[in-house]
Design a protein around this ligand. Structure first.
Ligand SMILES: [Fe+2]
Length: 462
């Protein structure tokens, strides 16, 4: 018999009316008493409910081993034997699979105790099948999550507000050629950021807030081998309920090749622009050989028009187009006889008709030089006027390209303010007055305003 508990003797009356077999019957677990040869000696009602076997079928007839899943049987037989020899060698409780009368496999949490000097064992089992199924589902989700994160080509990293790694995925380890063990727990910023970058990055991470938890940034990092790499990172900050920053997650991809290509492209565009510029300037110079009085005119117009285009906030392409078209806008004058070009006094209408054709000639010449910008069109329109009073086509308003509207104002300012032997010097002040006076009629108001602004307020000089 097992050792009596002190309950009934120390506190008389407390167990009154409760038999020990009541406890066996109603403890809430499936209880069974098993003989050393594994025969089920006694079982309770819960056992019947859980296994689907009746008392009659099992008591004194069935081996307890028939209820155990074959994969768990070896371990359990060993426990059964050990429990008799030395109970401390067997876990107090453990999970195993049992098979019910219908062949269904269920999970049980088993507690065993030896009785009757080791000749019998009391086994209590609680059905934990639902709990195990939930646990398996959770493990599958975790496995799925782990698989997704680890097989990503993106670099995924999480770290504390003190910049200590808490998570890195395989791609991150491969990228920096370091093991997970080396990375976890080490200071993130000091590891991969160039010294000058550390403070900048700390400031950037501190700028993330509950209102703006996500931010994107391009960063330069150094790998273990000292190679400089560029990455695009999407950073997300996580906060606790009080709004304190708890963790930051960064997902990044390497953009070094893209970065180098765009740098190369920028320098190629710069070189192209320079060679176009040279070709256009050469074309522009042809006319200056014929017409020395206008020598330097186009270059100076380009300088004014470029400054105006920048101050107007035009796009980089529009600025380049304005400058390049300005450099050769009068090249068509090569087709105008020099007597007409340098004729002092009033021109005859036939001569005037020839002069008015020079934007057309300029555009024809510029059309032969292939560039990414429509310089021919801009040169064609440089004598058009905002109110439609210009030539050759009498275009007006926004039908005239913005580069041509800017060029027109710059052209007038330069022409009026520079010296010509066949007329008295007009000067910059009168040139600007002409622009002011023609603002909104002959000249685009925005182009006129910006010209007056850069000359009068910003001290621009030709
Ligand atoms: Fe012109």
């Amino acid at each position: 018999m097992p050792k009596q508990t002190g309950l009934s003797s120390e506190r008389p009356g407390i167990m009154e009316g409760i038999s020990r077999s009541d406890l066996f019957e109603h403890s809430g677990a499936a209880n069974m008493i098993v003989a050393f040869d594994t025969t089920l000696v006694a079982v309770n009602a819960k056992f019947e409910e859980m296994t689907g076997y009746s008392r009659k079928e099992v008591e004194g007839r069935m081996s307890w081993t028939r209820l155990v899943h074959p994969d768990d049987l070896k371990k359990m037989l060993e426990y059964h034997r050990l429990r008799r020899e030395n109970p401390s060698l067997v876990p107090g409780n453990y999970e195993y699979r049992f098979i019910d009368s219908g062949g269904g496999i269920r999970w049980g949490l088993l507690t065993g105790a030896t009785l009757a000097n080791g000749s019998k064992t009391l086994i209590s089992v609680v059905d934990v099948t639902e709990l195990k199924e939930k646990q398996f589902a959770l493990e599958r989700t975790e496995e799925l999550y782990e698989n997704i994160v680890q097989t990503q080509s993106e670099l995924i990293v999480r770290f504390t507000p003190d910049f200590v790694f808490t998570f890195v995925n395989d791609a991150y380890c491969r990228y920096y050629d370091e093991s997970r063990e080396e990375l976890l727990g080490s200071p993130l910023l000091l590891k991969h950021s160039p010294p000058g970058e550390v403070e900048k990055q700390k400031k950037y991470f501190r700028s993330l807030s509950t209102d703006r938890p996500v931010s994107e940034v391009v960063e330069m990092n150094v790998t273990a081998s000292g190679e400089v790499r560029w990455q695009h990172w999407t950073d997300r900050a996580f906060f606790d309920r009080q709004g304190n920053l708890v963790e930051i997650q960064s997902i990044g991809r390497d953009i070094t090749d893209l970065h180098l290509t765009s740098e190369k492209l920028e320098s190629t565009v710069e070189k192209l622009k320079n060679s176009f510029s040279l070709a256009i300037e050469m074309a522009g110079k042809i006319i200056e050989v014929r017409d020395p009085f206008t020598a330097g005119h186009q270059r100076r117009v380009a300088k004014i028009a470029g400054a105006m285009a920048r101050a107007l906030g035009l796009s980089e392409d529009e600025i380049i187009a304005t400058e390049l078209a300005s450099l050769a806008h009068d090249v068509g004058k090569i087709h105008v006889p020099s007597e007409i070009l340098s004729k002092p006094g009033v021109l005859q209408s036939a001569e005037w008709a020839i002069i008015r054709q020079h934007p057309v000639y300029s555009s024809e010449i510029l059309r032969t030089i292939e560039t990414p910008w429509d310089l021919a069109e801009i040169a064609l329109q440089h004598h058009e006027r905002y109110d439609g009073s210009g030539y050759p086509e009498g275009l007006s308003g926004e039908d005239i390209r913005i580069e041509a509207r800017v060029l027109a104002v710059a052209d007038v300012i330069e022409a009026m303010s520079s010296h010509r032997p066949y007329r008295p010097l007009v000067g910059i002040d009168l040139a600007l007055e002409e622009i002011e006076e023609g603002r909104g009629t002959r000249y685009d108001p925005a182009a006129a305003d910006v010209a007056l602004y850069i000359f009068r307020k910003k001290g621009f000089e030709i």
